[in-house]
Ligand binder design. Structure first.
Ligand SMILES: [Fe+2]
Length: 195
């Protein structure tokens, strides 16, 4: 398998201005994610995972430095794909699904924000498909729901590097703004893929 490459952002670095600055996206994508890609390529040389995909490294390595870096590649690419440069309405099919699982869309969003704000330290807050249902789960550091058989549909990065330049210690403001910039079409596509 060729080297794992750094996927470009699916929008311009200025596209999320007002939510995330060009400076944040530049550091986050060009420095943080690029380093995870580079380290994954370095660490897998000479291991059983040298020719494996990121997905296979995650579900089979499950821990350690190679896992951490590979999972951070997956998590960041997923996160960047969860964001939209334009405000999107939640598609009817997805909002019905959220209502079935959480009561109302508003309740889902409140729970998602509360979970992300309460996610202690560095980590990720996810909407996942678990069996027939949807759940909100927190993972720490480079944690990934795939380890527990849960399929990621949406994630917010709550490592401080994701928001500190724009929001400093105000994680709640960052997560609430995140909810207004979700690529809901991507979330629905992930739900379809998970079926
Ligand atoms: Fe990050």
């Amino acid at each position: 398998m060729p080297l794992i490459s750094l996927s470009p952002l699916p929008y311009e670095k200025t596209a999320l201005n007002g939510f995330l600055s060009e400076q944040t996206l530049t550091f986050h994508h060009d420095k943080h994610l690029a380093t995870y890609v580079e380290t994954t390529n370095k660490l897998r040389v000479g291991t059983a995972f040298e020719h494996e995909s990121i997905y296979n490294i995650i579900v089979n390595a499950r821990e350690g430095a190679l896992y951490n870096n590979a999972a951070q590649v997956f998590n960041h690419e997923f996160y960047f794909n969860c964001l939209s440069a334009t405000t999107q309405e939640i598609p009817e099919e997805l909002s019905e699904c959220l209502k079935t699982n959480f009561g109302t869309v508003e309740v889902f969003l409140e729970k998602f924000v509360a979970s992300a704000v309460g996610n202690f330290g560095s980590g990720w807050t996810w909407l996942v498909k678990n069996g027939d249902g949807l759940e909100i789960v927190n993972t720490q550091n480079a944690g990934n729901p795939l380890l527990y058989g849960k399929i990621p549909l949406l994630t917010v990065d709550v490592w401080e590097h994701a928001y500190y330049l724009d929001y400093q210690n105000r994680r709640a403001d960052y997560v609430k703004a995140f909810c207004n910039h979700v690529n809901w079409a991507h979330v629905l596509a992930c739900l379809h893929e998970a079926k």
